[in-house]
Structures are given as structure tokens and as C-alpha cells.
Design a protein around this ligand. Structure first.
Ligand code: 48F
Length: 262
């Protein structure tokens, strides 16, 4: 039959601008702000939103998913252990058993489903935004300082804007960018052995995955680390394309924050 409706270009533009501005104004204040839309940030966002908290995720890139799309070395499969499979099941992501305790999933199905289910659970995602700083007050971290990624990429001299949050999660992966800003601005005050970022160690899946859950912690008042950022901050190995720990870390950080904000 085709589309018969007569269209007004300006109405389309208005719909986009009004809808976006409504969301942005709504999320000037929230319960939890997540930095980074990789597997750990998306999983955290899903469980927090499902618990009824107001939560937004800010992602620098156009695409959500971080390091999960490409599997290992662009072979787009991911591997998880039994604990990770439980979370894949919760999201409805299909997986195949490989050997005892190993499960393989399609990375495109896994990433897109995490994103979709998190949004539908109530997580608000803002992409194309970079976290360049945090707000620090006596009680700890109270919010994020944001700018358009395109401003950052072009090196334009444009000031950022701020949003307030009851808790912040650094899920920015290997670079632990939010914790890095805090260390740079306030010195060795982090909840680590010497107050500083300990730095990520070389690849060792077994040790890295085990350490990750322990390293999913509140690293500074109201600032939590999840996913690869946790191991980077607390000095544990990277673990490559095994993703169970990322999912479990995301759920763990959500549980910690739900408990605290309750
Ligand atoms: O790196 P990423 O996927 O983090 P993750 O959830 O998962 C790690 C795994 O993908 C993999 C691994 C598995 O063993 O080691 O690396 O810990 O996703 C981090 C996201 O954060 C975004 C970045 O673009 C990516 O999508 N990000 C980083 N810095 C910023 C940011 C920033 N300053 N502002 C906004 N987003």
C-alpha cells in the first residue's frame, strides 16, 4: 500500500528536539549515573532499573556495547562460565555448552540483547556523550560533568554541563576514566592499598575473573567500579574474551547500590 501520510519536515525535527530535551531535563537528577556502555555498565543498568531506581548511562561512542561486539580478535563469539550463563539466561541470550563449565554465545546477539533489555527495563541511555569530570563535595561524588564526544574529538573549547546522581559507577573499561579523574583531582584518597590506581596486569583469565568480583567496590564515597575498570583500579589481570565476570560484576555493583540507597 505504501505510506500515504503527508509529512512535515519541521514536525519531525520538533519531535526529535522536544523528546530529547525532555529526557535530558528529566535526567539532570537521578539515583545512579553509569559511565560506559560495555557489558558491565549495561548489566548494572538493567538490574538497577529493574529495582525501580532512576538510572542513566552515558556512553562516549555512537554504538553501545564497548568491547563485546568483536568477541575475541574479531571472531564474534564470547565465552562465559556457569555464573555468566545464568545472566545470559536471565536476558534470554542463547548460548551453547562447549566443554564442562564453558558456554559460547554470539557476541552480536549478546550485546544487542543486553542493550535492548536494559532499555526496556527502564535504563536511559545517552550515547555520544563523554564524561570529562566529576562533581566532588564533602560527602563524596555527587554527579558527572558531561560534554558531547564530538566536542572532545574536535578539541573545541566548549564548557561542559553537569548532572546530579546519588551514586556513580565507573564502567569505562580498561581506562577507568572516572576514577582517573578523581585521582588526578584529589590525590591518593581512593579505597586502594596506597590510595592510587594500581594498574591493570597482563592477561590471565582465571585470576582476573576471580579477582573481578572482589574488586567490584566503592572506590571513593558514592563512586563504584565495575567491569574491567575494577581490575584496572585494584591491580588485577585482564582476561580477554571471557565475559562472565563482566556480567556478574555489573549485577554485583547494582546489588551493592540498591542495598545502600534503600
Ligand atoms: O570496555 P568496555 O566493554 O568495558 P567493560 O564493561 O567490559 C570489558 C570488556 O569489553 C573487555 C574485557 C573482557 O575481559 O576485558 O574489554 O568493563 O566498555 C567501556 C565503555 O565505556 C566507554 C567506552 O566507549 C566503552 O563503550 N567510555 C570510556 N570512557 C568514557 C566512556 C567516558 N569518559 N565517557 C563515556 N564513556
Amino acid at each position: 500500500a505504501g505510506v500515504k501520510m503527508k509529512l512535515d519536515d519541521i514536525k519531525i525535527s520538533r519531535a526529535i528536539v522536544e523528546g530529547y530535551m525532555e529526557d535530558l531535563l528529566d535526567y539532570m537528577e537521578m539515583d545512579v549515573a553509569i559511565g560506559g556502555g560495555g557489558p558491565s555498565g549495561l548489566t548494572a543498568g538493567y538490574y538497577l532499573a529493574r529495582a525501580g531506581l532512576k538510572v542513566a548511562l552515558f556512553e562516549r561512542k555512537l554504538s553501545i556495547g564497548g568491547g563485546m561486539w568483536g568477541g575475541g580478535m574479531m571472531f564474534n563469539k564470547i565465552v562465559v562460565q556457569d555464573e555468566g550463563r545464568e545472566i545470559l539466561d536471565e536476558f534470554g541470550i542463547r548460548s551453547e555448552p562447549y566443554d564442562e563449565g564453558y558456554h559460547v554465545a554470539d557476541s552480536v546477539e549478546a550485546t544487542s540483547t543486553l542493550c535492548s533489555r536494559a532499555c526496556q527495563a527502564g535504563l536511559k541511555i545517552f550515547n555520544l556523550m563523554s564524561i570529562e569530570d566529576v562533581m566532588i563535595r564533602d560527602e563524596g561524588i555527587t554527579g558527572l560533568v558531561l560534554n558531547w564526544s564530538s566536542v572532545e574529538m574536535a578539541g573545541l573549547h566548549v564548557d561542559p554541563l553537569t548532572v546530579r546522581a546519588g551514586a556513580v559507577i565507573d564502567a569505562t573499561g580498561h581506562d577507568c576514566e572516572i576514577v582517573k579523574v578523581v585521582e588526578r583531582k584529589i590525590g591518593p584518597e581512593l579505597n586502594t592499598p596506597d590510595g592510587r590506581i594500581q594498574g591493570e596486569r597482563s592477561m590471565w583469565a582465571d585470576v582476573g575473573e576471580a579477582a573481578l568480583i572482589e574488586n567490584t567496590r566503592e572506590v571513593y564515597p558514592n563512586l563504584y567500579v565495575a567491569g574491567m575498570a575494577s581490575n584496572a583500579v585494584y591491580g588485577a589481570p585482564r582476561m580477554g574474551p571471557i565475559f562472565g565476570g563482566m556480567l556478574v560484576s555489573g549485577r554485583r555493583v547494582a546489588e551493592m547500590i540498591i542495598e545502600k540507597l534503600k
